[in-house]
Design a protein around this ligand. Structure first.
Ligand code: NDP
Ligand code: KAL
Length: 258
């Protein structure tokens, strides 16, 4: 029996920067489950990365579409292109966040208006803009999954502005879940433990954060892109059909600690 029911389902994966990206972990897991993937990327410099990575997946070539989420025009063009090529979609993995480097150190109180606007636009508002465009293509129902971090629930050193952006993203998940449930579209998030990716590079003291998890988290180890990918696959699958507006922590249990 095929409990996942993902074979041939069209899932849009946004935010593959390189092979370390959480989005790439999600893509591989969904591919193993038989889904048909559509990739979106922001910077032109990353187009080649996404092409090369998607070519490593067996089967037919994936559709790859540009989408800078700060542009309404880009989002509209992107989902129009996807509609032309595949018609109906069944899921979107939103794996996108950004804050200026200077807003990820020192005191949160020093955050600039422009830095705040940019980070909240890319990291939080984009989920709503994407959900609205995706809804039109989810004619058979669907599942939207985004990625969040513990720093949106409590104060985590250096996460600063991104913590406020994730809090807005977390609330957006609940309001979107309430709006879209009547169309059989579910909206959930995964709160991932720290994973060494391009975004994580050069921000904070990442090694000591990883070490702290190894010492204190219930599972006494860090999590991987594969583990987050498999949880996303669960959230896209029929196995999670009764779950919406939820945040699943894939963090070795670290979030339960006081
Ligand atoms: P990556 O650096 O691999 O991915 C971040 C992605 O965001 C990149 O693909 C980047 O594309 C994209 N992005 C940034 N700005 C835009 C934009 N304007 N339009 C479209 N895409 C954009 O890092 P991760 O895999 O770590 O990050 C994915 C998600 O996981 C983020 O939401 C992050 O907050 C979350 N997360 C990460 C954790 C970790 O420890 N790594 C822990 C918990 C959550 P480009 O470079 O082309 O702009
Ligand atoms: C407490 C933690 C330590 C790190 C602190 C802040 C991390 C913020 C994540 C944010 C998305 C990073 C950036 O926006 C980096 C950006 O300023 C510079 N990098 C880039 O532009 C690269 C090239 C592109 C690919 O990156 C993006 N984002 O576009 C948090 C750790 C423990 C967990 C993490 C890393 C959480 C998270 O949300 O990523």
């Amino acid at each position: 029996m095929d409990l996942l029911n993902l074979k041939g389902k069209n899932i849009v994966v946004m935010g593959v920067a390189n092979q370390r990206s959480i989005a790439w972990g999600i893509a591989r897991s969904l591919h193993d489950a038989g889904a048909n993937l559509i990739f979106t990327y922001a910077g032109e410099r990353l187009e080649r990365n996404v092409q090369d990575l998607s070519a490593t997946l067996e089967g037919k070539n994936s559709l790859i579409v540009p989408c800078d989420v700060t542009s309404d025009e880009d989002i509209a063009k992107c989902f129009t292109k996807i509609k032309e090529e595949v018609g109906t979609i069944h899921g979107v993995a939103h794996c996108i966040a950004f804050a200026n480097k200077e807003d990820l150190k020192g005191d949160f109180v020093d955050t600039s208006r422009e830095g705040f606007k940019l980070s909240l636009d890319i990291s939080a508002y984009s989920l709503t803009a994407v959900a609205k465009a995706a809804k039109e293509l989810m004619t058979e129902g669907g599942s939207i999954v985004t990625l969040t971090y513990l720093g949106g629930e409590r104060v985590v050193k250096n996460y600063n502005l991104m913590g406020v952006a994730k809090a807005a993203l977390d609330a957006s998940v609940r309001y979107l879940a309430n709006d879209l449930g009547q169309h059989n579209i579910r909206v959930n998030s995964i709160s991932a433990g720290p994973i060494r990716t391009l975004s994580a590079k050069g921000v904070g003291d990442f090694n000591s954060i990883l070490k702290d998890i190894e010492e204190k988290a219930p599972l006494r180890r860090n999590v991987t892109q594969e583990e987050v990918g498999d949880t996303a696959t669960f959230l896209f699958s029929d196995m999670s059909r009764g779950i919406t507006g939820e945040n699943l922590h894939v963090d070795s249990g670290y979030h339960i600690l006081g």
